[in-house]
Design a protein around this ligand. Structure first.
Ligand code: FAD
Length: 470
């Protein structure tokens, strides 16, 4: 098997490299988790509560966050084969750990995990990428770096895909193949396509991951008659440090993200709130809030916290490469961050007055909600009144796009505009459309890439063996 990789060997790994490495899959309880992480000790287990996350939970989360639009057959394939896929990856040598730092809070003496995504690959995204390349090499997969798939070859009579037209530093060549699996990401790193499909202003978004996902494979498949599918005008986009570079930085990785906003309030440069920071657990809101940030003046927002929650912020708030401000007063914080002080004063005063008495529980929807303001903060609404205050400046960071190709969920075969499988052509990962609409549930990207990658890989291999036997 040959893998073509547009990136050089030094920058291999695509978005997988930059990712946090978090995986969402259903599990019945700690015994299932133990099969994924066999070295969990009894002592470790005594101090944690992983709960359960059933197939029904995962299905309902995916349907809920996509406003009921996710293609049911894709959801079925994802939910039904996620856990077996994780176990298959474990058998190939991949290792996971529990996400203590990001997906657990201490509640009543135990670390309680929340939100359906509780494991991450050892070493995060870069560790995952390293482990995947090792496993592939061990199984005889050849990787050709700095080799961009520039077009698909096909039989002019049957239409069967017969290989790939490749561009490398040495020029162009045609490589024949019995089957081709497209797994070249979405069009998040293509400013022109972002503007064309996501809309005006999206050319200004920062790209969280690889600069190489420029929609090449989507375009070459569409040119051959593949069917476009999914939510082309939407994308996964998050709060990302205002001064992060235009595309992913391999040292800082995903730490430019700022995902503890449910513990504080978010305002724009006018000092006005514009989203419900506590609408749901962070895993179910962070991927749609980048879009809301981009709509604000200058595409900028600020997350503000006080001493009640500062110690609970995720590790990404403690890096050197952060755009932050601190002050003993709200006006001072406004000055430090460049927010309109009068506007911020007004907002914080109204917000604090709207906070109610109740029990704060960051590991669950605690119902501690504001009353009488718009937008509300529906959970975790503690008043912002314990100085010193701390704030960070963020903009929109795009992770990946939702529009892409239509596949047969159980084989990964690409469908043409007449709804017929295109012989010899398979697809997996971000460039598959139909799974995500409007929003996303944290940890689903890597899981979907793994499930549909495995599905397409098996089917393509079978087709290739069949073709060889013919
Ligand atoms: C900062 C960040 C954090 C994330 N965190 C998480 C997380 O914790 N959990 C989660 O589930 N998901 C996460 N994601 C999303 C996840 O990384 C992606 O969903 C997943 O990597 C998609 O896999 P893929 O194979 O489709 O694309 P990629 O992993 O991006 O791989 C695509 C590859 O195709 C190559 N390529 C592009 N064009 C061509 C071409 N023409 N020819 C040859 N090669 C080409 C690229 O160089 C790249 O290596 C994160 C993403 C980012 C950017």
């Amino acid at each position: 098997m040959l893998v073509l990789e547009k990136a050089s060997e030094e920058e291999r790994g695509g978005n997988t490299f930059f990712s946090g490495g978090g995986f969402r899959f259903p599990y019945r309880g700690i015994e299932d988790i133990r099969t994924v992480i066999p070295d969990l000790s009894d002592d470790e287990i005594a101090g944690i509560d992983v709960g359960a996350y059933t197939e029904a939970d995962m299905r309902s989360d995916l349907v809920r966050v996509t406003e009921g639009l996710a293609e049911p057959a894709l959801v079925d394939q994802l939910v039904g084969t996620a856990f077996p896929t994780v176990q298959w990856m474990r058998d190939l040598g991949l290792r996971w750990v529990l996400m203590y730092g990001r997906q657990a809070y201490k509640v009543e003496g135990k670390l309680r995990f929340w939100g359906g995504m509780i494991t991450e690959a050892v070493g995060g995204g870069s560790g995952l990428s390293e482990q995947l390349f090792q496993a592939a090499t061990k199984h005889g997969v050849e990787v050709r770096y700095s080799s961009k798939a520039a077009g698909l070859l096909s039989d002019e009579h049957t239409g069967r895909v017969t290989g790939v037209h490749v561009k490398s530093p040495d020029g162009f060549e045609d490589i024949e193949a019995a089957a081709v699996v497209l797994a070249a990401g979405g069009f998040e790193a293509n400013a022109e396509m972002r503007t064309r499909y996501l809309g005006s202003g999206w050319e200004l978004a920062k790209v969280r991951g690889t600069r190489h996902n420029t929609g090449d494979a989507i375009q070459m498949a569409l040119q051959m008659g593949a069917q476009s599918f999914g939510h082309w005008s939407s994308a996964h986009a998050v709060a990302w440090d205002l001064n992060a570079p235009p595309t992913g930085n391999r040292r800082v990785g995903d730490l430019y993200q700022k995902h503890s906003y449910p513990l504080g309030v978010i305002v724009n440069m006018d000092g006005e709130r514009f989203v419900d920071e506590g609408a749901d657990l962070r895993n179910y809101t962070y991927a749609k809030y980048g879009r809301e940030i981009l709509k604000q003046p200058f595409g900028v927002a600020f997350q503000l916290f006080d001493q009640q929650t500062v110690s609970m912020l995720r590790d990404e708030y403690r890096i050197r490469e952060i755009t932050k401000g601190e002050s003993d007063t709200i006006r001072g914080l406004a000055d430090a961050l460049g927010i309109d002080p009068d506007g911020l004063d007004r907002t914080v005063e109204a917000y604090n007055a709207a906070c109610q008495q109740g029990t704060f529980d960051p590991a669950a929807l605690d119902g501690l909600s504001t009353e009488g303001i718009d937008p509300p903060k529906s959970n975790w609404a503690l008043p912002l009144n314990q100085p010193p205050y701390f704030g960070v400046a963020v903009t929109c960071g795009i992770t990946f796009t939702f529009g892409g190709l239509k596949i047969v969920p159980t084989t990964g075969q690409v469908l043409d505009t007449e709804e017929r499988p295109m012989p010899g052509l398979y697809a997996a990962g971000e460039l598959v459309g139909g799974l995500f609409y409007h929003n996303y549930a944290g940890g689903t990207g890597l899981m979907a890439g793994s499930v549909f990658g495995r599905t397409a890989g098996y089917a393509a291999a079978e087709a290739a063996l069949g073709a060889r036997a013919d």
